[in-house]
Design a protein around this ligand. Structure first.
Ligand SMILES: Cc1ncc(COP(=O)(O)O)c(C=O)c1O
Length: 395
């Protein structure tokens, strides 16, 4: 394999045409789409149009005339098509972190008499902060953290209410067997809550087939919604009448503009909204979702597996000094490859100085994301070239 072979792979890639739909500087090898996705070229125009026309001229009328009020549900239904959910099961609101607070609270509430939120060691620390925050507010509840291999046994304990897991591990890219874990959780009466931040747009997600209960995830990573674009929130249809958000607000009220003194949750997933939807951010996100809805998700997954396989193969052949932390089996690996290297932080900086952008996760992990819509096989070659220069060849 050499660079010419990579260029051949790019020529044969059915998704190669999509790269042009993103703004990416020539000469930049961008392998950080798992943190902040690239910008679709249509986004600035659409956001400017919303600002000028819908806000500037339409003003308050745009809540109804420009479809602003329905935006969370409209975009939610678009995300639903990407994560195997049905229409009406997904809304767009707040950040993933805020949604975790809502859904952990809702999950505990769905299982009165049980008091434990179960998660695995090494999960994204943010998610433990959120779970810990809920526990601090609800006396008697507990966050239980176990090794990954001990999850099935831990699920059998009768005090567990909610299983909270990140479907694709942020550090290594390991993919949980969500269908099997959901089945085990349900066999013990446990509600599942999936953080899909590194999943949507990266690996197949089929919430309906998994039988998933609750889920949320970021839209600014692989989905390319823009910095801080609001998160999606999923509640399975059969739980929607029962599930309650602990963060109440008027947009989650049955009649937001009825101004009733009493709170009455809206029917459906809309009850998980709290405050006013962020229209500028939603406009950017909708551009990205419309682009995604044109993509063959199976082809995107196949390309992401091929890109990450190639990266691992080249790293092992040319710079075995870097230990591959991610699963070798592409079926169990997200759209990223993480390497362990003693000088990881300095190496990532040196690579960035040479135009290869990935990211560093303490203490010693170099993380590279391979977004299928705009990463080329030649980028993989060039990134490994620079990596070899920076950390050296040889074992
Ligand atoms: C797995 C995971 N969950 C949650 C978050 C936090 O999302 P937000 O900042 O939208 O709350 C991130 C951000 O990187 C993440 O990787």
């Amino acid at each position: 394999m050499d660079r010419a072979d990579c260029l051949d792979l790019d020529r044969l890639d059915p998704l190669a045409v999509l790269r042009d739909q993103f703004k990416l500087e020539e000469g930049l090898v961008y392998l950080d789409g798992n943190s902040l996705g690239a910008m679709p070229r249509v986004t600035p125009r659409r956001v400017a149009e919303l600002v000028e026309r819908e806000w500037g001229r339409g003003l308050i009328r745009s809540w109804t005339d420009a479809g602003w009020l329905e935006a969370p549900q409209r975009l939610g239904d678009k995300v639903a098509r990407l994560i195997g959910a049905a229409p009406g099961e997904v809304t767009i609101a707040d950040s993933t972190t805020v949604n975790l607070h809502k859904l952990i609270g809702a999950g505990l509430d769905l299982r009165p008499g049980r008091r434990v939120i179960l998660t695995e060691k090494g999960t994204f620390p943010n998610d433990m902060y959120a779970a810990g925050g809920v526990v601090a507010q609800l006396p008697g509840t507990e966050l239980r953290v176990v090794d990954r291999d001990d999850l099935p046994a831990a699920l059998e304990q009768e005090d567990v209410a909610v299983l909270l897991l990140t479907h694709v591990d942020y550090l290594t890219g390991y993919i949980h067997d969500a269908a099997a874990l959901t089945e085990a959780a349900h066999a013990s009466g446990v509600v599942t809550l999936w953080d899909l931040s590194h999943s949507a747009g990266a690996v197949p997600v089929d919430l309906g087939a998994w039988g998933a209960d609750l889920a949320t995830g970021c839209t600014y990573k692989y989905l390319c919604g823009g910095p801080g674009s609001p998160a999606y929130l999923y509640v399975a249809a059969h739980l929607q009448d029962e599930a309650r958000s602990p963060l109440r607000g008027w947009f989650g009220h049955a009649e937001p503009f009825g101004f009733a003194a009493e709170y009455e949750p809206a029917p459906g997933v809309r009850r998980f909204l709290a405050g006013t939807p962020p229209m500028l951010a939603l406009a950017g996100l909708e551009c990205a979702l419309d682009l995604w809805l044109e993509v063959d998700l199976g082809a995107a997954r196949r390309k992401s597996m091929a890109l990450t396989d190639l990266f691992i193969e080249l790293v092992q052949a040319r710079s075995p000094r870097a230990e591959v932390l991610s699963p070798r089996d592409s079926e169990r690996r997200g759209s990223q490859v993480s390497l362990r290297h003693a000088g990881a932080e300095g190496a990532m900086q040196a690579m960035a100085d040479r135009g290869v952008v990935g990211d560093f996760r303490p203490p010693d992990v170099m993380r590279f994301g391979f977004a299928a819509l705009y990463t080329r096989f030649a980028d993989v070659w060039d990134a490994v070239d620079v990596l070899v220069d920076v950390i050296g060849a040889g074992g």
